[in-house]
Design a binder for this molecule. Sequence first.
Ligand code: ARG
Length: 460
Amino acid sequence: MAEKKAWSGRFKESNDPVFERMNRSLDFDINLYKEDIALNKAYSAQLNKLGVISDEELIQIHNGLDEIRNEIEQQGLSLFDASTEDIHMGVEARLASKIGDAAKRIHTGKSRNDQVATDVRLYLQRQVGEIIGLIKGLMTQLLRLANEHNKAVMPGFTHLRQAQPVMFAHYMMSFFFPLSRDVERLQDALKRISIMPLGSAALAGSAMALDREFLRDKLGFAAVSDNSMDGVLSRDFAAEFLADIAILGVTLSRMSEDFILYSSEAYKFFDLSDKVTTGSSIMPNKKNPDSLELTRGKSGRFIGNLMTLLTVLKSQPSTYNKDMQEDKEPLFDTVRNIKDVLEVDTILLETMTINEDKMRNAIDSLSFATELADYLAGQGLPFREAHGVVGRIVRDCVDNNTKLTDLHSAELSQYHQLFAEIPDDWGSIERFLAKRNLPGGTGPDSVACQLKKAEKILKK
Ligand code: ARG
């Protein structure tokens, strides 16, 4: 016979053990223990103000809850009986076993429905803060690399084919700015996460004359929920968080894909450190970029967790349904994995080597073809015609295996007389970059502006 449940008064029989196992969320919602204890402390202080709990009992409750927090930190799940349903029941039962009757009053006027919604919001509020800190750590490394290699150049690609050269710092910043938008998205999501449902009780609002402002202040929420039904049923804040992390995961996956290529034998632009690479069980030569591959792979789970939660939510009738218990594993999974990814990627950036020579030497002379077309257009030839002229030059270079940038006015003039005055350094990288100092361009002045702006963003 299973242990008596807090709700067993109405029941003649105990649960079937298989159902009991299915119904139990403690194995994962133990992740909410800090929040559940904080909530119980604030709520019991409120009950004390309302005269439900005496001053003496309040001290017992607070001391008991502190002890339970330590016990959970030391013993984890083993602290609880196998039949304990969830963290809320577990904490309450443990408190009762320590201090007796006073513990039995702490659920007056609250429900697990508003309790769990409040715990999850508190949890996410804390985690989002930590995740933002980790993203900023990664951004700091991107900015450091950009600053340390602020003269380096590299091929830029479209369709994974060489397009035009770019500054390495410009490339680093092309990941910095999307990450700064990820931070903004999470900061914005915090506005909707930091809303306290406590006081909503089961669905209709607590019968106790709770001072919700007092509770909000104690728990550190920005606002209280406006409607008790919405308070217990809403998980859009959690879906928004999962969406934000899915988007972040996609940015990091893209970056990983690049870095896997650029650190491969074919490119050798970067070398990855031993700290974040692995060997092969058979091939002694191998040094595999598993950290980057896992970052790329885990983006799938972030998208999947978002899909899981949205699917769980989409057909639920108002208000609380046990389906809602399925919100937690995707959330915890996303939180744990995105933190790992961000920490590992930060170490990867901290320890990787940039091979400036390899990057510069890899720039294909054909990637200066647009310079020639622009030159003709500058001399008055319509661009579409200029494009055609230069296309023929490129074709001949490919056929004759000559370098485009080795051609000067004498050779070029055979294709068009407007090339007569073209300066000899028309195809130099410095000239290419200097022409691209408009805001957002890859010119050195523009990139310097980007680095300054990035510095400011990080200080915010
Ligand atoms: N473990 C539950 C959950 O995660 C707690 C709320 C249970 N509420 C209820 N009415 N049975 O959602």
